[in-house]
Design a protein around this ligand. Structure first.
Ligand SMILES: C[S@@+](CC[C@H](N)C(=O)[O-])C[C@H]1O[C@@H](n2cnc3c(N)ncnc32)[C@H](O)[C@@H]1O
Length: 387
């Protein structure tokens, strides 16, 4: 018998919980920076919203093998706070950037909801411009009210979708969120559970609901249960058909084995959103877009040592172009999605190429020796403009 969602044993703070929270915590910073700048440039009210769709209790019973997350501003009556407090804390840290912020915390289980509501009522230290709304009910039923009442045009909204299993990952709801221009999401995709139930007829309906149709079995035939990447890739392809334009995956394994527990799946409609999350994920976990302590290929230092190739790629890909730095990074992010290099690696590579006399850089955004924004990179064989 599976444990009920309010069983204390389900509320132990583990290394994979911390790995998931690290990504959420680190992304909320640049997300707030960028989207509040966007609000200002679009002359719209400077408001942001975060919806924690599976908010949980806001209160773990204990931690095993890791420390609880660190809150800088928020005081909560628990030693082991959850994602709601983390969101309040990170938004408070950026409170000088927006006029108002809205947090919506949705929780379906009655006991978990009660604990959440009490815990959040006793939580202090978050900024007074932040409003908090704890909702009791299923995310599938509650979240569309938020989506439909705003149609995405009132403010940028980030959805954290973090179920225990996969049954509630309703394809229609998720693609509706994902297709809305100013919305982004981060989903915990429980590949371990899915793998366990892939052949089970009892779970057929739930799996149809996740993939949005009933012919997935034929399409994932080549899927190999020892390598779960194809499964998450199939899922993200299905999402991109009706949902967000861009997705990106981050792998989380058990700390002591190579077993994948889940993938975090990020969805956005904006290339800049993809670039920002990719950068954040590149410095979270153990490296190479993963928390996988027992897998050397996901070790940051090793990947750097053997990854290389950035300068060669740039020469090969852009040899005939004059291109702005921003467009170059955007193109690289698209085309080398899971390669290691980040914006600063591309900058370093270009600096070296400039020293070697292989590119000229016309500084437009940068004043002196920097490389950024609209600075024009001229690869010497260039006869085209663009990328
Ligand atoms: C993994 S826990 C959430 C943990 C929390 N996000 C955190 O990081 O601290 C998943 C929660 O979703 C709740 N839940 C289950 N089905 C749900 C649904 N359909 N809608 C909203 N919440 C649901 C469970 O009761 C449980 O508290």
């Amino acid at each position: 018998m599976p444990l009920p969602d309010d069983a204390d044993d389900k509320w132990i703070y583990k290394p994979h919980t911390a790995a998931k929270h690290e990504v959420l915590q680190k992304y909320l910073h640049p997300w707030t920076n960028k989207l509040t700048s966007y609000n200002k440039s679009a002359h719209q009210p400077n408001k942001v919203r975060v919806v924690d769709c599976f908010a949980g209790r806001g209160n773990y019973t204990k931690a095993e093998g890791t420390d609880p997350l660190n809150l800088e501003f928020v005081d909560s009556p628990t030693e082991y706070p959850g994602s709601p407090q983390l969101i309040l804390d990170r938004l408070t840290d950026r409170s000088n950037q927006y006029d108002t912020a809205e947090c919506v915390f949705i929780e379906a289980n009655k006991n978990n909801y009660q604990t959440l509501d009490e815990t959040i009522q006793q939580t202090t230290g978050y900024d007074s411009q932040i409003s908090v709304d704890c909702k009791h009910g299923k995310f599938q039923n509650k979240v569309l009210n938020v989506v439909e009442s705003t149609d995405g045009s009132d403010c940028p909204t980030f959805f954290f979708i973090d179920p225990f299993g996969f049954k509630s990952l309703d394809y229609d709801v998720i693609t509706e969120i994902g297709s809305t221009p100013q919305f982004e999401f981060l989903i915990t995709f429980m590949s371990r559970d899915m793998n366990r139930f892939l052949e089970s007829e009892d779970h057929e309906n739930a799996l149809n609901g996740v993939f949005g149709h009933n012919h997935w079995r034929d399409e994932i035939e080549t899927y190999d249960p020892t390598n779960w990447e194809p499964l998450v890739e199939y899922y993200t392809e299905q999402l991109e058909e009706n949902g967000p334009k861009e997705t990106f995956e981050y792998k989380i394994t058990e700390p002591e084995t190579t077993q994948t527990v889940y993938y975090l799946v990020f969805g956005t409609n904006h290339p800049n959103g993809l670039k920002t999350m990719r950068e954040v994920m590149s410095y979270c976990g153990t490296g190479k877009f993963a928390y996988a302590p027992k897998q050397p290929e996901y070790d940051r230092e090793q990947a750097r040592l053997f990854g290389g190739g950035t300068k060669d790629f740039l020469l090969d890909r852009f040899g005939e172009y004059i291109i702005t730095f921003d467009k170059l990074v955007e193109t690289c992010t698209e085309e080398r999605r899971y390669a290691d290099a980040t914006e600063s690696d591309y900058r370093d590579a270009l600096r070296e190429l400039e020293e070697e006399g292989k590119v000229d850089i016309q500084r437009i955004t940068s004043e002196n020796t920097g490389i950024q924004g609209s600075d024009l990179i001229d690869f010497h064989d260039s006869d085209k403009f663009g990328g």
